[in-house]
Write a protein that binds this ligand. Structure first.
Ligand code: AR6
Length: 266
């Protein structure tokens, strides 16, 4: 009898300990959740990896982009955004110091040179580019290219540039209908980008078309330049590696940077 009572006590003790242990199981499963959460918490590590890769990329970019941006010739990088794998870059400086597949010339309708950026490009590339323009006009049996259209020539003596795209932007004071003026300026950008695409250009650079001698209000021109380029890139219509907006003065740089910010905030 005594032995039976002993056995019963031992059985109770064993089942008590067992039930205590089973009570711990939920805590164990919490441990599993923590382990899962722990793996989510590894994100910062992968972010560190990402950061590491990015830094490497930046170093590579710096090496390639030194020439492309003309940094050693005095140009400065101001800002960049990436849309659909296309880098949109704002630079401050001189378009003739870039080494890109195509630069765009803010020309006039006769395509025979002038002042401003057109004069600078003509001086750097040589006047044979205007002879090429003349041949294009002659072939089309016209003496002036309609505003907003674009043609492409060689880059003449400009080293590291393959093509020059010439487009006459609208003259602000000569177009009463400002919606039409905006459409024509948009055409200058879109037609230039279409030609760049046709020529398989991976890097294209624009000056601020129409905002010098042609007196187009800078803030409106910057919005047109950037929004239409962004739209083409976003739609996948043309996704080159890089589109550069190269600006001469601080006012242009600030205005284009503000236009960039609007895109970033959307
Ligand atoms: N690099 C980059 N931007 C420049 C450079 C340069 N080297 N030089 C000037 N700019 P404009 P438009 C800027 O007048 O208003 C010519 O005579 C400039 O500061 O060149 O389209 C043509 O033959 C300004 O922000 O072009 C046409 O007749 C921007 O380029 C007429 O001017 C555009 O100024 C075209 O006028």
């Amino acid at each position: 009898m005594k032995l039976n009572i002993k056995r019963i006590i031992i059985l109770f003790a064993v089942s008590f300990v067992f039930s205590l242990l089973s009570g711990c199981l939920p805590e164990d499963s919490t441990g599993e959740e923590e382990a899962v959460a722990g793996s989510t918490n590894r994100e910062p590590i992968s972010k560190e990896d990402d950061k590491g890769n990015k830094e490497n990329e930046d170093v590579e970019d710096k090496m390639d982009l030194e020439k492309c941006f003309g940094l050693s010739a005095g140009n400065k990088k101001v800002e960049e955004i990436i849309i659909n794998k296309t880098k949109l870059v704002i630079l401050k400086g001189d378009i003739t110091k870039l080494q890109v597949d195509a630069i765009v010339n803010a020309a006039n309708e006769r395509l025979q040179g002038g002042g401003g950026v057109d004069g600078a490009i003509g001086k750097a590339a040589g006047h044979e580019i205007y002879a090429e323009c003349k041949a294009i006009l002659d072939e089309r049996k016209i003496t002036a290219l309609p505003t907003g259209e674009a043609v492409v020539t060689s880059a003449g003596k400009l080293e590291g540039v393959k093509h020059i795209i010439h487009t006459p932007g609208p003259r602000w004071t000569q177009i009463e209908d400002k919606e039409l003026a905006a459409k024509l300026l948009k055409n200058s950008y879109v037609n230039s980008l279409k030609l760049a695409k046709e020529k398989n250009c991976e890097t294209v650079a624009f000056p601020s078309i129409s905002t010098g001698v042609f007196a187009y209000p800078l803030d409106q021109a910057a919005d047109i330049a950037i929004s239409n380029t962004v739209n083409m890139v976003k739609d996948g219509e043309y996704t080159p590696s890089m589109v550069i907006f190269i600006l001469f003065g601080d006012k242009e740089v600030d205005t284009y940077t503000a236009a960039f910010a609007k895109i970033k905030n959307n």
